[in-house]
Design a protein around this ligand. Structure first.
Ligand code: PRX
Length: 638
């Protein structure tokens, strides 16, 4: 039997061969890779799809459990190999190591705990935890018994948490008393208690003790993690899943309305995350890999939990933040654990670049071999700082473009194999059929192109639907361009076929690497009793990449603008989370509207970008006088 390592791209010939094979015979290509995994029953068809429905199935009728592939295989062949090196928020707290065998045992124990309280295959389990090993254990324990995990980032508010729990009718939530982040403690259990007042489907709340703060206790509902698993065996047979059974739901913002619960399934997600992890990071068996993301986002799911474990890697998981106890923390951790591959976000790089360079230079970073970037376009200054100071002018940087919806990396260079180009994600990976269309939807055949990015053929880890709303899935991703996947990003392609992602083409703004739909933020502002209407747009920001500017209309003129701005920020923090707070709130007497009543956001975006002149065609405006008024307000504020 072949090993996944046989599919490692070692040179340009390998890359070209794999790309050609994936393009010409995708089923043969992906079934070859899939064969390197442990299946309980082989699949019948490699791929069945019809994007007019849309429907995509990979490794149809194959049976497996992803945790056997992540854990049991390595616990057997290499039990003492480190799976996770966990580094606490506080550098004085000892780090913890979990070998593959230990991780398997802990996962099994917790799986038995979940079973004890009646969790079954297909049940939805919400996980709202800080970055502690128990978060990974909880995720894998769900997967072990076929329960569907829905991890909610621990920075979301109680209202946002409740909405996500209710959308997928979760029956259990797993949390901790609190979470350490820098010099702060997030009161997670308290936030859960608040959320659970409005979540009738939750039967139990499992609580891990991390910060030991005082919490309220609801004795028919709450269970301590340690009490739940006390005395339970560390063996638990995996539940055998169909390839297309749901593995997890992960919510992402949409440009309108409520968050979208993206549904990922077992077989295709497993094959794609493992293959892309191994190749994009050029992971070799003795390497130590570190992704600084949070498991609450897709990057954490695919490239901290599943991808690395599927290839038997050793990963660092970090509880803290880059600035605590000082801005040298990332580099201190790299030195301490001799990190080889380091994967982070442009927003972190920009913050780090603002600090004195001594924070970098006092650490030995010679173990590093590959640097990565994800989450938003990386600007040239940040790229150059990363390359020069962390890469010492010689390490490859992989700029990886992908999404919650794509499950895995789609466009990236391969270190030391394909060419890199600053600010370009560069080449679609084997099996990724990217194309660019112009604003009228016409395919641009020439190499140099600028327009809208589309993917015209299924890859194994595409999200299969939006939980409970297949129509929305169809409308958002498959309606604008017939039989093609529309990711919502613009792109340009240079004369050598390298792709650069130019940013969102819808009403989603990426702030500090977090996807934020402007509609839910506006809804929350509009809840303020003094607000008539609002419009939120993004604009470039030095550190965050983008920041938000909110234009609001009030019922009555008020004297104290500052207090209303604070109230609006509090509302947003409560309903979504602090990450969604606008940088600037501008009070206006009206918003530019078309005759059909639609807000002309294009104009507001220009204003937010400090471009007061090139407003384009404004002839369809119902209220053209408002344009000058807003301009004057902004000028006064500047
Ligand atoms: O606009 C693209 C941007 O992030 C969006 C996806 O966000 P999310 O689902 O939260 O996943 C982020 C982590 C994979 C994309 O539609 N994006 C992500 N990576 C890049 C990027 N934009 C430019 N370059 C990237 N490398």
């Amino acid at each position: 039997m072949k090993n996944i390592e046989d599919y490692k791209i070692k040179n340009l010939d390998d890359f070209n061969n794999q790309r050609e094979m994936a393009a010409n015979e995708p089923e043969l290509f992906w079934s070859g890779i899939a064969s390197t995994f442990q299946w309980n029953k082989k699949w019948k068809n490699t791929l069945k799809y019809d994007w007019s429905i849309p429907n995509t199935e990979w490794f149809v009728e194959g049976k497996l459990n992803i945790t056997e592939n992540c854990l049991d295989r390595y616990a057997k062949s290499n039990p003492d190999k480190k799976a996770i090196i966990w580094e606490a928020n506080d550098p004085n707290e000892d780090f913890k190591v979990y070998t593959y065998k230990e991780l398997l045992d802990e996962v099994c124990k917790f799986s038995n705990g979940l079973k004890k309280i009646g969790v079954k295959k297909g049940d939805r389990i919400c996980i709202y935890m800080p970055m502690i090993p128990e978060l990974t254990i909880a995720v894998l324990a769900c997967a072990r018994i076929g329960a569907i995990h829905s991890v909610v980032f621990a920075g979301f508010s109680s209202v946002a948490l409740a909405a996500r729990i209710n959308d997928s009718s979760c029956s259990v939530i797993i949390t901790s008393d609190g979470g350490f982040r820098g010099d702060k403690i997030t009161p997670l259990k308290k936030i859960c208690d608040q959320a659970l007042k409005n979540c009738p489907t939750i039967k139990n709340c499992i609580v891990y003790k991390r910060t030991s703060e005082k919490i309220d206790w609801f004795k028919n509902r709450d269970i301590w993690w340690d009490d739940l698993i006390y005395g339970l065996p560390d063996k638990c047979d995996p539940t055998i899943m169909n390839s297309e059974d749901t593995l997890f739901i992960l919510y992402t913002s949409g440009s309108t309305g409520k968050p979208k619960g993206m549904v990922h399934t077992c077989g295709g997600y497993m094959v794609y995350t493992a293959y892309t992890f191994m190749n994009v990071f050029q992971y070799s068996q003795n390497d130590v890999y570190w992704c600084t993301a949070d498991i609450g986002w897709i990057t954490g799911h695919s490239y901290m939990v599943y991808g690395p474990l599927l290839v038997g890697a050793t990963s660092v998981h970090f509880e803290g933040v880059p600035s605590y106890p000082d801005w040298g923390r990332f580099w201190q951790v790299c030195q301490k654990h001799k990190v080889n591959q380091f994967y982070t976000a442009p927003t972190a790089i920009r913050s780090l670049a603002k600090q004195p360079i001594d924070f970098v230079n006092k650490y030995n970073l010679s173990s590093l071999s590959v640097l990565g970037s994800v989450g938003e376009p990386i600007n040239l200054e940040a790229w150059e700082w990363y390359y020069k100071n962390i890469g010492k002018g010689k390490l490859p940087i992989v700029d990886t473009w992908w999404q919650t919806e794509t499950g895995g990396i789609m466009i990236s260079s391969i270190p030391k194999v394909t060419k890199q180009k600053p600010t370009y994600a560069t080449s679609p990976l084997p099996g990724v059929n990217a194309e660019i269309v112009d604003n009228n939807g016409n395919l641009i055949e020439e190499s140099s192109a600028e327009g809208i990015l589309l993917i015209n053929f299924p890859w194994p880890s595409i999200a299969r639907t939006i939980y409970g709303d297949h129509d929305r899935y169809k409308n958002v991703y498959f309606s604008a361009y017939k039989n093609k996947y529309f990711p919502g990003d613009g792109a340009l392609r240079d004369e050598n076929g390298m792709y650069r992602i130019t940013g969102r083409v819808d009403d989603v703004v990426i702030v500090s690497g977090h996807n934020l739909g402007t509609a839910p933020i506006e809804n929350s502002i509009n809840e303020h009793p003094k607000v008539v209407e609002s419009a939120v747009v993004g604009y470039p920001h030095e550190i965050k990449g983008n920041a938000l500017m909110a234009f609001i209309i009030l019922y009555d003129k008020i004297d104290d603008n500052e207090s209303i701005k604070k109230e609006i920020n509090d509302l947003i923090s409560n309903s979504i989370g602090p990450i969604a707070k606008p940088e600037k709130v501008i009070i206006v007497s009206g918003l530019p509207k078309t005759r059909s009543g639609k807000i002309m956001r294009r104009i507001l975006r220009k204003f937010a970008n400090n471009d007061m002149e090139n407003l384009g065609d404004t002839s369809t405006l119902l209220n053209p006088e408002i344009v000058n008024e807003i301009k004057n307000t902004l000028k006064l504020l500047n």
